[in-house]
Design a binder for this molecule. Structure first.
Ligand code: 5GP
Ligand code: ZN
Length: 114
């Protein structure tokens, strides 16, 4: 997608702190962190949100979460816990229409979320 900020970051056309990448998944630091650790784990493939995902995207979706878990483990977040979130659509607060998992840690999170 030509005007997608995350596609531009993935293609290195826009700067970002990339903390992980492989052939399928890229993870960056959030530009406006909401916790001491706030990473965004996204597929290289442009998919606007979860609602566009098909059954064939299942392995990719799984990898978003296993990469998020690996990055949390590397940052010593496992013992205390961390949060993984996907916002889908306007009422959930999605602002970038390229599917991404937020991985947040380093502080206490409340439930239900605001
Ligand atoms: P959403 O609101 O769609 O669930 O999450 C989008 C996230 O992307 C927000 O937390 C926002 O701070 C982050 N974000 C938006 N633009 C950029 C950017 O250009 N670079 C980085 N690193 N993060 C961004
Ligand atoms: Zn995109």
């Amino acid at each position: 997608m030509d005007n997608c900020i995350f596609c531009k970051i993935i293609k290195r056309q826009q700067p970002a702190k990339i903390v992980y990448e492989d052939e399928e998944v890229v993870a960056i630091e959030d530009i406006r962190p909401q916790a001491p650790v706030h990473l965004l784990v996204m597929p290289r493939k442009h998919l606007p949100s979860l609602k566009e995902a098909e059954n064939s995207d299942g392995p990719m979706l799984g990898r978003l979460f296993t990469v998020a878990a690996q990055l949390a483990r590397e940052r010593q977040l496992e013992a205390r816990g961390y949060r993984t979130v996907i916002n889908n659509g306007p009422w959930a607060g999605q602002t970038v229409d390229h599917l991404h998992v937020h991985m947040l840690g380093g502080r206490v999170f409340h439930w239900p979320p605001g």
